[in-house]
Ligand binder design. Structure first.
Ligand SMILES: Cc1cc2nc3c(=O)[nH]c(=O)nc-3n(C[C@H](O)[C@H](O)[C@H](O)COP(=O)(O)O)c2cc1C
Length: 530
């Protein structure tokens, strides 16, 4: 055992180093903390398809995985396999690699891990250490990070092994067996530094001792086969004891168990809607346009195109436009709209995946027509009686909407409808709507037996919603009590109430009703005119 001037203040770490003749370093995640750059490059590849990956998705589905595999998953999860401009996975991955190399040049100085350059200086200053970089990355990536135009450290290493030198990537031991062969060094004299479970497993399976230096993306992985787990590569590095790792892992395990339970609760709705989260963005006339539907679909939820009373040609072209990129979305048809029959014919002919009947309720023959087109049919139900009738008409799912909803509303509150219908009906998926705006509420409704939810107002506030900024600001400024239903003064003049923010329009509508009622009473106009 050599006794060089120590680098690590911790004796246990240093003595492991002292018993080594060859020090091997991993590249990605160990020398540079490049996961954020990987995320950026991946997002740059998918941005033309409207897809953005967040850190949570990245950690769960991408860290330490083969890019081809997780690219396939992204395409499936974000429903873009039908996008007309989607390229083969191989092309997308090589595009990502190109973007990565471009981005790494800009970001390099900010992503070098703490202490790593000092540690490389140290092992370089001790002649008895041979040095290697062992990485699954391609040679171009190694060059961009560690070559002359990067950190300029490759010249300090005796051996460089990259992904191009092996057939199987880590955790397979092939790459470390190659190191043993190339360096002609017995594995017990090699010490490898790795940041990930896959890297540690690869080294230890080859019989090489391995010090794990987890980063923020890998800290929850299983490092039980590592010789030591340490906090970083500075001189003050500390050993992270298995106890602490176990506690962190138990926490992570609990979290993933919870997530699995939530997945189970969401399964029925997700299957029905082909989504990742069973949240429908309820149709909002002139608000739920092609843009919003796409954005909602990309986020893993369910977008619904509002047909309102738009000219039939416009509905047709909207559906055509959406179909260019999305196989699955809803079309909301208002049964009392003058253009309803045309709309229904178009939705059936265009074979949209989900047809949603709203605004009063459809006839049994209309439900049948929609189903015969191959669509899954959802019907709005603002009362228990309508819900029962829609089930008897053959609806595949029900949107149970309470009077807390924005827009046109029924007479019964969400809580009452839940008890009257949701608690009684188990056969078909039920989506709850009206006053829902938080993840907690969604989860509680799933626990109560809902297949999912439909939200409207909350989506108006999204940046992807093209509604006027002032419209959004009015919602943000408003208090809960500022929303009210338009009143009906006399059953002689029935009003389907709209729940909206109190404003001048609301006052004018009330005034108009009173004027019309007066004229009606005086016999100046009849009921139809009124
Ligand atoms: C501005 C606005 C317009 C709406 N337009 C429609 C519509 O055209 N068709 C429909 O079925 N529902 C419509 N709704 C209802 C929504 O689809 C959804 O069911 C409702 O907003 C859910 O309640 P929440 O706003 O409390 O989330 C509208 C809602 C809002 C806020």
């Amino acid at each position: 055992m050599f006794s060089p001037t120590p680098y690590f203040k911790n004796k246990e770490i240093q003595s492991l180093l002292n018993t080594s003749k060859l020090v091997s370093l991993d590249l990605n995640g160990l020398i540079v903390d490049d996961e954020p750059v990987q995320v950026m490059a991946t997002n740059k590849v998918f941005s033309p398809y409207g897809v953005t990956i967040n850190n949570e998705y990245w950690i769960t589905n991408c860290v330490g995985k083969n890019a081809h595999k997780f690219f396939e998953k992204i395409i499936k999860d974000f429903n873009i396999d039908n996008h007309p401009e989607i390229k083969p996975v191989k092309e997308l991955v090589s595009l990502k690699n190109r973007y990565y190399i471009e981005l790494i040049k800009e970001k390099l100085s900010t992503i070098v891990r703490e202490g790593v350059l000092e540690f490389i200086d140290y092992i370089n200053s001790k002649v008895f250490f041979r040095k290697a970089i062992v990485t699954s990355a391609e040679p171009e990536e190694l060059e961009a990070i560690a070559g002359e135009k990067g950190l300029n450290i490759t010249g300090l290493f005796d051996i460089l092994i990259t992904g191009a030198d092996v057939k199987k990537s880590k955790p397979d031991p092939e790459i470390y067996l190659k190191l043993i062969e190339k360096s002609r060094t017995a594995p017990e004299f090699i010490i490898a530094f790795e940041d990930s479970e896959a890297g540690v497993k690869s080294a230890t399976k080859a019989g090489i001792r391995c010090i794990a230096v987890p980063n923020r993306f890998t800290k929850l992985q299983d490092f039980s086969s590592a010789t030591l787990v340490i906090s970083n590569l500075t001189q003050d590095a500390e050993i992270i004891r298995e106890n602490n790792l176990v506690i962190t892992r138990i926490k992570a395990q609990k979290r993933s168990n919870k997530l699995r339970e939530i997945e189970k609760l969401m399964a029925k709705g997700n299957k029905f809607l082909s989504t990742r989260v069973p949240i429908m963005c309820g149709a909002m006339t002139w608000v739920s346009d092609v843009h919003l539907v796409r954005a909602v679909n990309r986020a893993g939820a369910f977008g619904v195109l509002a047909s309102g009373n738009m000219p039939p040609e416009q509905l047709e072209s909207n559906i055509d436009e959406l179909k260019k990129t999305d196989k699955i979305f809803g079309v909301n048809l208002i049964t009392i709209a003058p253009n309803f029959q045309n709309h229904l014919e178009i939705a059936c002919r265009k074979k949209v995946s989900h047809i949603i009947f709203a605004g009063s309720y459809p006839k049994a023959s209309e439900v049948k027509k929609a189903k015969d087109s191959g669509a899954k049919v959802l019907c709005f139900a603002p009362t228990q009686q309508i819900a029962d009738r829609m089930v008897s008409f053959g609806a595949d799912g029900i949107i149970l909407e309470g009077s807390e909803a924005g827009g046109h509303i029924g007479p019964v509150s969400t809580v009452v409808l839940i008890q009257q219908f949701l608690f009684e009906m188990r056969e078909i998926p039920i989506f709850i709507a009206g006053g829902i705006a938080s993840g907690k509420m969604v989860l509680h409704l799933l626990l109560m037996g809902a297949a999912g939810v439909q939200m409207g107002t909350r989506f108006v506030l999204s940046k992807e919603c093209t509604a006027h900024q002032k419209f959004k600001e009015a919602f943000i400024r408003a208090q809960a009590r500022d929303a009210m239903a338009t009143p009906q003064f006399d059953s002689a003049l029935p009003v389907i109430p709209v729940r909206a923010l109190k404003n001048k329009g609301m006052k004018n509508f009330a005034k108009l009703q009173l004027e019309l009622l007066k004229k009606l009473e005086e016999g100046k106009i009849d009921r139809t005119q009124a």
